[in-house]
Each structure stands twice: as structure tokens, then as C-alpha cells.
Design a binder for this molecule. Structure first.
Ligand code: HEC
Length: 160
């Protein structure tokens, strides 16, 4: 009985979160590519954001970015700039926009858009006209974007 009640409570909490989310194709970007409003209305968890940033198959941000606070994790790449001080030089809204779709801030960026489901050139289209149909899942969920942004906001130190 107790277990059933817990399951019902969890289900209710999950659907509340889902309802409050902004869908990838409903995100509104500002003039500089920033996103002013939280995608979920739920504060990001910086510890969860750290895990996403260092996990292949999630953010895998350290494949391209050096971060001194994450130097214990292997495979740092330097395709992108160091993220040291990112929480100092960008606002939370700027960082949310960069992580969701970096091309709105840096038009020719090779950084993947982590919260985007349409507007891709789908492999197959040009050749067969048989590319996958329907919506793709974004690389990160709305809450994962918020978690990563919360972690980036902690990176307010510069090292030399
Ligand atoms: C494929 C490589 C690649 C990956 C993966 C990547 N980025 Fe980037 N990122 C870049 C590049 C390159 C830039 C520089 C902007 C540009 O393209 O002109 C950049 C820029 C940024 C910036 C602004 C840099 C500054 O000046 O402070 C932030 C913040 C950022 N990335 C965060 C992230 C986060 C967080 C992730 C993981 C969720 C991530 N990036 C994954 C390549 C990458």
C-alpha cells in the first residue's frame, strides 16, 4: 500500500515537471542568443551538471573544452575555448542559450546544439528522400540543460 502511494506521488511530480517544460521548438532566444527563462522552472543541480559535462553520450563537453576544475577527468580537448571563468563572463541566460543552441550566439559554431529537434540536414534526404521522419530527441533534456548551466555558473575562477 505504502509503495503504491509513493508511486502515485512520484508519477504526479514527474508529470508536473513535464508540463512546465519549454519544448525545444518553443524556446525563445534573445538578440544575442540568450534564453532568459528557465526551460523547466526547476533550479538546476550543479553536481548533476558536472556529471553530464564529463559523460560521453551526454554533454561530453570536455571532449572540446578544457576546464581546470575538471582536470581529474580524462580526455580534455581544446577544440573550443577553456570554460574557466565562464560563469564570470557570461550571464545565466547567455549560458542557457549557448548550451541549448550555440549557433544562436556563435553563428558558424561547430559546437553541437544540445536542445534542438528540427532544422537539421538529415542524412539520407538528398540521396534517397528517405531520412528518418518525425521528431528527434534533443541531446539533453530541458532539466539536463538547466543542470549544466548551474554547473557553468560555478566556474567563476580564472587560472594562469
Ligand atoms: C565539438 C566540440 C564542442 C563540444 C562537444 C562542446 N563545445 Fe562548447 N564550444 C565549442 C566551440 C568551438 C566554441 C567556441 C564558439 C565558436 O564556435 O565560435 C564553444 C563555446 C562554448 C562556450 C562559450 C565559451 C566562452 O567564451 O566562454 C560555452 C560556455 C560552451 N561552449 C559550453 C559547452 C558545454 C557546457 C558543452 C557540453 C554540454 C559544450 N560546450 C560542448 C565546441 C564544443
Amino acid at each position: 500500500m505504502k509503495r503504491t502511494l509513493t508511486a502515485i506521488a512520484l508519477g504526479a511530480a514527474a508529470s508536473t515537471v513535464a508540463m512546465a517544460q519549454t519544448a525545444p521548438n518553443a524556446v525563445s532566444f534573445g538578440e544575442y542568443g540568450q534564453i532568459e527563462e528557465s526551460l523547466t522552472g526547476v533550479a538546476g543541480d550543479p553536481a548533476a551538471g558536472l556529471e553530464i559535462m564529463v559523460t560521453r553520450g551526454k554533454g561530453n563537453c570536455i571532449a572540446c573544452h578544457q576546464v581546470t576544475a575538471l582536470e581529474d577527468y580524462p580526455f580534455h580537448g581544446e577544440v573550443g575555448p577553456s570554460l574557466d571563468g565562464a560563469g564570470d563572463r557570461w550571464t545565466e541566460a547567455d549560458l542557457r542559450g549557448i548550451v541549448a543552441n550555440a549557433k544562436m550566439t556563435f553563428p558558424d559554431s561547430i559546437m553541437p546544439a544540445f536542445y534542438k529537434v528540427e532544422g537539421f540536414v538529415r542524412a539520407g534526404d538528398a540521396y534517397t528522400g528517405k531520412a528518418a521522419e518525425g521528431a528527434l530527441d534533443p541531446l539533453l533534456t530541458a532539466q539536463e540543460i538547466e543542470d549544466v548551466v548551474a554547473y557553468l555558473m560555478t566556474l567563476d575562477q580564472y587560472y594562469d
